[in-house]
Ligand binder design. Structure first.
Ligand SMILES: Cc1cc2nc3c(=O)[nH]c(=O)nc-3n(C[C@H](O)[C@H](O)[C@H](O)COP(=O)(O)O)c2cc1C
Length: 470
């Protein structure tokens, strides 16, 4: 197969009609419909992803005697906004069957996971293992999904996409080091990646999210797989010019390419948008878990970065590094938590709790519905502690401790309502206890671990507990 040169060409038009996208990444055990519902109340424009589900789990839920199990698994977080449902599988027939079951739930896009190292199954049966043969397997699965959309999708508006890595390595020793020669990077990563995505595009994938690290298929835990292999954003930037450089004989990669991996602040996202005018958007995973209330500013950020203004807003520096250090760029894209943010945060939490209470009564149990509030409270706790620790001068233009304390009161109040905590003295304290119990030790511990990982990934000094629940 002939794929157009993967060498980057400078410049080019801003992708996707001028509006960039901001995606909240799929995260197992987190981005369930509850967290998506909560996040949607903070941002209208963020693209929200489900957790990955395996076809077997979907088919099993469909076999259950009542339809409520399938509903719980597949329901959207919100009727509004763009949501993506991710499936992880390698067998075209079962993925097709799962696709058929997901389609009636009205997702805007269905995604095939080609990026999870699947360490637990020896890197075997789904995710990044679909990159092993160069894309033929992935293309077959994509084709099967597209066929289902055509057959059952009504007006066939549901898009099919893939999420992959820049490449795979069987062991940590096989990972291409950051100082590998340009030739080696092109041969081992850039060309196979473009070829993989061209096959997916030929099969009908209209967009690709690329996590810009290699996946290590064995001997490295999932969390280390998100930190140890080096970030290679330049490979994703190069993909964005493949189609522009393609002749009529060349195969094309999906027209929409989104970068994932290491985006930990609005400044990071702005820098990569500036580096690559044709990049359709950025996807972030751990950052939104660490600071869910940053989603309050996603719509404003996208408005700022979607036009030629970006060039004026940023310094004319072209650092390839995504590492964030304090600079004019960073400050430009910091959105302090002020009284307005506090009012919006508390209102979102209240709406969320009201809607979730009705659903919890139906589905029995407020535990899962309480989880997003646990993340929200941990975010406010951390910000408040950091803000109180900084002196008055440092705080100028930064988070306002009074606004944070007000928001924390509000969120704890509605959380208490959701969990049925009585009024009276020490209600906030009793709410934290009830929240810890509703969320459960296992989930609370996992939340703490993931938030600590996120803080480390962002290079932040984890202020405060970095924990899930009080
Ligand atoms: C707790 C957790 C669960 C994840 N689950 C999934 C998943 O279900 N599907 C997927 O494609 N990626 C999953 N990922 C990977 C993220 O989508 C993302 O690719 C990765 O975290 C890198 O992005 P980041 O640096 O912005 O966090 C998960 C990541 C985390 C932290």
């Amino acid at each position: 197969m002939r794929v157009a040169s993967v060498r980057a060409s400078a410049g080019g038009a801003v992708a996707s009609g001028g509006r960039r996208e901001f995606h909240v990444a799929p995260m197992r055990d987190y981005t369930d419909r509850h967290l998506r519902r909560f996040t949607r109340l903070l941002s209208r424009e963020a693209v929200l992803w489900s957790e990955m589900e395996k076809p077997r789990a979907i088919l099993k839920a469909a076999d259950a005697s009542s339809s409520s199990k399938l509903d719980r698994l597949l329901r959207r977080g919100s009727d509004e906004g763009y949501e993506v449902f991710q499936i992880g599988g390698n067998d075209p027939a079962t993925v097709a069957e799962a696709t058929r079951l997901v389609l009636p739930y009205g997702y805007d896009e269905l995604n095939l996971n080609c990026g999870c190292p699947a360490v637990a199954s020896g890197g075997g049966d789904y995710g990044a293992s679909l990159m092993r043969d160069g894309g033929d397997d992935a293309a077959r699965v994509v084709e099967a999904m597209v066929r289902q959309v055509t057959k059952h999708g009504g007006d066939a508006h549901t898009k099919i996409s893939v999420k992959c890595r820049v490449g795979i390595a069987e062991t940590l020793g096989d990972v291409l080091s950051k100082d590998a020669s340009a030739e080696e990077v092109r041969e081992r990563l850039a060309e196979p990646l473009a070829s993989f995505l061209a096959k997916c595009a030929d099969a009908g994938a209209s967009s690709a999210v690329v996590h810009c690290r290699q996946a290590v298929m064995s001997g490295l835990s999932p969390s280390k797989n998100r930190g140890v292999p080096p970030l290679r954003p330049e490979l994703v930037f190069e993909l964005c010019s493949v189609n522009a450089n393609a002749s009529s004989k060349d195969h094309r990669v999906p027209s929409k390419v989104i970068l994932n991996g290491g985006v930990s602040s609005f400044a990071d996202a702005a820098r990569i948008f500036r580096r690559c005018p044709n990049l359709a958007g950025a996807q972030a995973g751990r950052w939104p878990l660490l600071r869910p209330f940053d989603a309050l500013h996603v719509d404003a950020f996208l408005a700022m970065t979607s036009s030629d203004e970006l060039e004026c807003l940023l310094e004319s520096r072209t650092s390839a590094s995504l590492a964030s250090h304090r600079s004019a760029e960073t400050e430009r894209f910091e959105f302090p938590f002020d009284r307005r943010a506090a009012a919006r945060a508390a209102a979102a939490a209240e709406t969320y709790a009201i809607r979730s209470a009705a659903e919890s009564r139906r589905d029995a149990g407020a535990g899962a519905a309480a989880r997003p509030l646990a993340l929200a409270i941990a975010d406010l706790d951390d910000r408040l502690e950091a803000s109180r620790a900084s002196d008055h001068r440092e705080r100028e233009g930064r988070d306002d401790p009074d606004a944070l304390a007000g928001a924390l009161d509000g969120v704890l109040g509605v959380c208490g309502d959701l969990l049925g905590v009585d009024g009276g003295t020490d209600r906030a304290k009793r709410t934290r206890k009830a929240l810890a119990k509703a969320v459960g030790k296992k989930v609370g511990g996992k939340q703490r671990g993931t938030r600590a990982e996120a803080a480390e990934a962002a290079g932040r000094v984890a202020s405060g507990r970095c924990g899930g629940v009080g």
